[in-house]
Design a protein around this ligand. Structure first.
Ligand code: PMP
Length: 307
């Protein structure tokens, strides 16, 4: 589907992307006064079904962001789920997709306005990373500190938070890297600009705790569940020192968009031997298996769109 003919759900209407209008003076346009979710859907060719991955958990987090951000919200989570499935069906997607689900402050208010609130749901085609993973990224520890719970909480998935991500990511790209890695105010490793981080040391999977200035990532939670219940590997949820990134055996970013993204170089140090590690590969494969319902795990993780 070309983008001109793609429709989004906007305030109860199905509209072509090019016809979707938001007030330029609205708090969302001027100040990033919006909360959002990025949701993935995986097409299962054999079953002729599109599965949205952990849809309920994404709406749970969206409503947490709305609460933290003190916004109004005219719809229930159940209504949102229905609208989300509906707009995917309207577009007749039969491929892997990513859905941008955004709730925003409209009207002529200011940065502290709570209402009026608008909502859009915009699915686009987005291919999965295929098994086996062969490519990775070059990461660098950012000179920018991750936003913290005492200023702009990374727990709320607010549009304006991504200015912090933008500063770090552009610094990384301009320095010849592919992704930034943030440290938090305590000088410990936090997360990527749009993803969480795991490292592997001597066969143990390590990831920072949710109090380390990170988004409460659904993919991070999925991986922790899969590693515990399917792969049976040891896990440590604890602070990670910067230098551990330089001596770890494997490292990867994770997120609904990033899925499992190996990090092969960090600040010019090779991670392991500089190729995609075995544990990272196994986790990626298990993640996709879970997203396609091929392993019986994760109650309510899959929401079918058709039928
Ligand atoms: N951290 C940040 C800052 C993000 O933007 C994302 C992407 N939503 C993640 C982590 C990963 O979260 P999730 O696994 O829920 O997509």
């Amino acid at each position: 589907m070309d983008s001109d003919n793609r429709k989004i759900w906007l305030n109860g209407q199905f509209v072509l992307v090019k016809d979707a209008k938001i007030n330029v003076l609205a708090p969302t346009s001027q100040f990033g006064a919006n909360v959002f979710e990025g949701i993935r859907g995986y097409w299962d060719e054999e079953q002729g079904q599109l599965y949205l991955f952990r849809l309920k958990d994404h709406y749970k987090r969206l409503f947490q962001s709305i609460k933290l951000f003190r916004m109004g919200m005219p719809y229930t989570a159940e209504e949102c789920e229905e609208y989300c499935k509906e707009i995917i069906r309207v577009n007749k997607y039969r491929e892997d997709i990513a859905v941008r689900q955004t709730v925003f402050v409209e009207g002529f208010g200011s940065w502290y306005s709570k209402e009026p609130v608008g909502m859009f749901i915009a699915p686009i085609a987005k291919k999965r990373k295929e098994v086996p993973l062969t490519r990775g990224v070059r990461g660098c520890v950012s000179s920018w500190e991750r936003i913290s719970d005492s200023s702009m909480s990374p727990k709320a998935k607010v549009g304006a938070n991504y200015i912090n991500s933008r500063m770090a990511q552009l610094e990384a790209l301009d320095g010849g890297y592919d992704s930034a890695i943030f440290m938090n105010r305590q000088g410990k490793i936090a997360e990527g600009p749009g993803s969480c981080i795991f490292i592997v040391r001597d066969g143990v999977l390590v990831t920072p705790p949710i109090t380390a200035s990170i988004l409460e990532s659904i993919t991070r939670d999925t991986i922790l569940t899969l590693v515990k219940e399917v792969l049976h590997l040891p896990i440590e949820i604890r602070d990670i020192d910067r230098t551990e990134l330089y001596i770890c055996d494997e490292a990867f970013l994770c997120g609904s968009a990033a899925e499992v993204t190996p990090i092969l170089v960090i600040d010019a140090y090779l991670v392991g031997d500089g190729t995609v590690g075995g544990i990272t590969r196994k986790i990626h494969q298990t993640y996709l298996d879970a997203a396609l319902g091929r392993i019986g795990i994760g109650d309510g993780w899959l929401t079918p769109v058709y039928g």
